[in-house]
Design a protein around this ligand. Structure first.
Ligand SMILES: [Zn+2]
Length: 201
């Protein structure tokens, strides 16, 4: 589309200086892939420090609590959608991963890095399991109610037995979609708090 139209010279996103072609410039790490922001060589150092600060002095208790809050919201949404509409929407698994990661990042003091990625991944894995469990228990109770024609006492299935049921179900009919959805949810949780880095360009 844009051929040799005279484009304005790119400006440094930090100091606003015009970036010349001969200068080494640095690409800022943006959450939005479509946004390309560059900084000049002088500004790159302060950005580097900023990025470094994001991976130090992490409030781990905050990270875990924040992740759990994100997880609780995600699980609640999952549960409600599942029992109200009788379906499990895969996108919600991704939402759970995203919420956990955002919660962990926010409550850790807007931090990033590998330790947060791992915290986020583990909490998301637990949250996805708990969501499956709660929904499973709900539908098993529903099944009994329909079978007996009345509401029997609510039954909590022991977690061990629930896992056995899940494994059995998977053996009977491997739910490829469910595995992919879980995978994307976990991937989202792991990738979102990645440390930012500058790229020379
Ligand atoms: Zn600059």
């Amino acid at each position: 589309m844009s051929e040799n139209t005279t484009q304005p010279a790119p400006l440094c996103a930090k100091c606003g200086k015009e970036l010349s072609l001969s200068e080494t410039t640095f690409l800022l790490d943006s959450d939005d892939e479509n946004v390309e922001e560059r900084v000049c060589e002088e500004c790159s150092q302060s950005v580097q420090d900023e990025y470094h600060e994001q991976t130090t002095d992490i409030n781990y208790i905050g990270a875990i609590l924040g992740g759990l809050v994100g997880a609780a919201i995600g699980v609640a949404v999952w549960y409600l959608v599942a029992i109200m509409f009788d379906l499990t929407i895969g996108i919600i698994a991704i939402g759970v991963g995203f919420l956990v990661a955002q919660g962990a990042m926010f409550a850790s003091g807007n931090k990033r890095g590998m330790s947060l990625q791992i915290i986020s991944l583990l909490i998301t894995a637990a949250a996805l399991f708990i969501a499956e469990y709660l929904v499973g228990v709900y539908f098993i109770n529903q099944f009994f109610t329909e079978l007996l024609g009345s509401s029997p006492e609510f039954v909590w299935i022991p977690i061990g037995e629930f896992i056995e049921l899940m494994v059995l179900g998977m053996r009977e009919e491997f739910d490829f979609i469910a595995v992919v959805i879980w995978g994307i949810g976990l991937y989202t949780a792991f990738v979102t708090p990645k440390a930012k880095k500058l790229t020379a360009k």
